[in-house]
Design a protein around this ligand. Structure first.
Ligand code: PLP
Length: 290
């Protein structure tokens, strides 16, 4: 039997239900996190919980549990579901209340739901790299909040899929922001360049791990806005996310990145990332680099 958490309670997943007037369901009034699990162990848990709490505070929802209680709940869910390699998805909405845009005037308890999913590492793609397509970034101006409102991201990802691409690289005018569900990096003359973590992008947990490894490996980093023109002239491009790790990008809207092969800086960072997984979660069955 698969288990899920609803309103903080562990239950049979097939019986997990939410109210039709839940504000997450009606307005996307909530936030979420996706955390990677390798060998049954949570990767960068502390960082994900900190971001979750920050997102909640930004939309003025109080976490109905302590961080310790939440940690115990999700660990229990992983154990109950016998999850080895996959993800845990969790979200909190403002709760259920008669439909009205403004916050409910009565006291409503926020609704926490969570479930797990087996998901292997995308090893073949991590080796070969992926194709991407450009898409205008039409999102709101608080992309730093990991909100349930993902319509613009959905449209961008759909565009990618319809063009046989793995991801859409979004841009506001000439400025590259981030992927529909990932952060974007380019490498030029040995320097790793990526959008600053401000309100126009999500501050990726994977992005921060990568930037830390750049520092450890003495790879120079510039966190600054870069243009589509710079992106097309890059020596290497890669994207990052909890599920995609350090993913080489070999094509953008039909144009090959450099020689069409994952670059050396990307490979170094993939290696460092794998070491980070091993140090937090134990040995991996298969490596990207094998
Ligand atoms: C819009 C967006 N940017 C970046 C990321 C990468 O964030 P993380 O590395 O924390 O998974 C995601 C992840 O889903 C995302 O949805």
């Amino acid at each position: 039997m698969a288990y899920a958490i609803v309103n903080g309670k562990l239950m049979d997943r097939s019986e997990a239900k939410v109210d039709i007037e839940d504000r997450g369901y009606q307005f996307g009034d909530g936030v979420y996190e996706v955390i990677r699990v390798y060998n049954g162990k949570l990767f960068t848990l502390k960082e994900h919980l900190a971001r979750f709490e920050k997102s909640l505070a930004s939309i003025r929802i109080n976490l109905p549990f302590s961080t310790q209680e939440l940690t115990e709940m999700i660990k229990q869910l992983i154990e109950k579901n016998n999850l080895h390699t996959g993800i845990i998805y969790m979200q909190i909405t403002r709760g259920a209340s008669p439909r009205n845009h403004a916050f409910p005037s009565e006291v409503v308890s926020p609704c926490l739901t969570a479930y797990t999913k087996e998901m292997p590492r995308p090893l073949a793609k991590l080796k070969s790299g992926v194709n991407t397509i450009l898409a205008e970034d039409i999102r709101w101006l608080r992309c730093d909040i990991k909100s349930l409102n993902l319509l613009a991201n959905i449209l961008a990802k759909q565009k990618a899929g319809e063009n046989n691409c793995y991801e859409a690289i979004q841009h506001r005018g000439q400025d590259v922001t981030e992927g529909s569900s990932s952060n974007i990096f380019m490498v030029k003359n040995g320097v790793v360049i990526t959008h600053p973590s401000n309100e126009l992008i999500l501050k990726g947990i994977t992005k921060d791990v990568i930037l830390q490894h750049c520092r450890n490996l003495s790879i120079p980093v510039e966190e600054r806005v870069f243009s589509l023109k710079e992106l097309t002239a890059a020596d290497e491009v890669f994207l990052s996310s909890t599920t995609s790790e350090v993913m080489p990008v070999i094509e953008i809207s039909g144009s090959t990145v450099s020689d069409g092969q994952p670059g050396t800086v990307t490979r170094k960072l993939q290696q460092a990332f794998e070491q980070e997984i091993v140090s937090q979660c134990g040995n991996l069955i298969e490596s990207t680099l094998a």
